[in-house]
Design a protein around this ligand. Structure first.
Ligand code: ACO
Length: 328
């Protein structure tokens, strides 16, 4: 008798974006900036802003419900809900708990993940581990943010970058013998770089010199570390899977800056036509950029059975990670 080797496969995806758009022209009226500067230096044209009373758990629950519907899996079969977020409705109850209630996923364990923009890849990796070990069969990974609740609208260095939104993917147990599903993953982090990107006054430590609970960032340094670590861990998952850049059908990098995306793709050797970009529409939605992009890639028919997908991200911490998967 042969033992079945399990891996995780993505069986459904979903996304949720608030209605309201904030364009570069709107920002020109708020801070000393220009559409030209933002377009050229960052690649964003507009971003979405949550409505009053629209919170992270609401966006996350919508994205999650769509992912379950696409997979055809009832909420009652979900074993675990992981929610990657830096902007939960509250620290407790967790966003995962609120999303569990909204979905009616009564059997599911619930946990929020704090890994900033890399959170979806951390969640996908934990989902893969639970499924490969045989402990669980259906793990819902949600990434949801209302970043605009922690944006200083007077700081042009940061306020142009961020937007709100959510994405989700259901990871399901899959017989690995067809070579499909998650092939390789890599997680990383380095607290030495913690000062580069901070959300002061968001925990027990007071920051008497910070103006409030707003994102503070040394953009230039974050940029360099992002390119270096994303290129390195992207190459690492390809090597682990015995693949090269030529095998990559679609690279979905974290959408923080078009110049970071271009530099990482160049270093990895993946040509632009095989790199997914939607930063112009939504800006940086932190943990949510990758599952939102993944959902749009599926909607646009850009992933066919057998295709190799690589997702690759970095974020505050600093944290970084990548995952390679064969679709279908
Ligand atoms: N509009 C116009 N001018 C601006 C703006 C703006 N919004 N912001 C900065 N400038 C000016 C600066 O003042 C500076 O002017 P100076 O030359 O007169 O001093 C000039 O533009 C260049 O500034 P830099 O900071 O060197 O610009 P850079 O090319 O590095 O771009 C940016 C800044 C977009 C922030 C870039 O560094 C970046 O994208 N870094 C990565 C940041 C990131 O991705 N953060 C999110 C991490 S994910 C997470 O976990 C939350």
């Amino acid at each position: 008798m042969t033992m079945q080797t399990l891996t995780a496969q993505i069986s459904g995806v979903g996304k949720a974006l608030p209605e309201r758009r904030l364009t570069n022209a709107d920002l020109e009226k708020m801070v000393d900036t220009s559409d030209e500067w933002i377009t050229k230096r960052v690649g964003i044209k507009e971003r979405r802003i949550a409505a009053e009373g629209e919170y992270t758990s609401h966006l996350g629950a919508r994205a999650a419900a769509d992912a379950l519907a696409m997979a055809g899996v009832p909420a009652s079969e979900v074993d675990l809900i992981l929610v990657a977020t830096s902007t939960p409705d509250t620290v407790y109850p967790s966003a995962a708990c609120l999303i569990q209630k909204a979905l009616g996923a009564t059997r599911a364990g619930v946990l929020d993940i704090s890994a900033a923009c890399t959170g979806f890849i951390y969640g996908a990796s934990l989902a893969t581990g639970m499924i490969r070990s045989g402990l669980m069969r259906q793990v819902l990974v949600v990434a949801a943010e209302v970043n605009t609740s922690v944006v200083n609208w007077k700081d042009r260095d940061t306020c142009i970058l961020f937007g709100d939104g959510a994405g989700a993917a259901l990871f399901s147990a899959h017989d690995a013998s067809d070579g499909r599903g998650v092939l390789a993953l890599r997680l990383g982090g380095d607290g030495e770089y913690a000062p580069l990107l901070n959300l002061p006054n968001s925990g027990c430590r007071p920051f008497p010199d910070a103006p409030g609970r707003y994102i503070v960032m040394q953009g230039n340094e974050v940029f360099k570390q992002a390119v270096r670590n994303m290129a390195e861990c992207g190459a690492d998952v390809l090597a682990q899977a015995g693949l090269t850049a030529a095998d990559v059908s679609l690279l979905i990098p974290h959408q923080a800056n078009i110049r970071i995306i271009d530099a990482v793709a160049t270093r990895l050797g993946v040509p632009p036509e095989r790199v997914f970009v939607n930063i112009e529409k939504y800006g940086n939605t932190s943990a949510a950029t990758i599952p939102i992009a993944l959902c749009e890639a599926v909607e646009q028919g850009r992933l066919k059975p057998g295709d190799v997908l690589v997702i690759d991200a970095f974020g505050a911490g600093l944290t970084w990670g990548a995952l390679a998967l064969r679709w279908g």
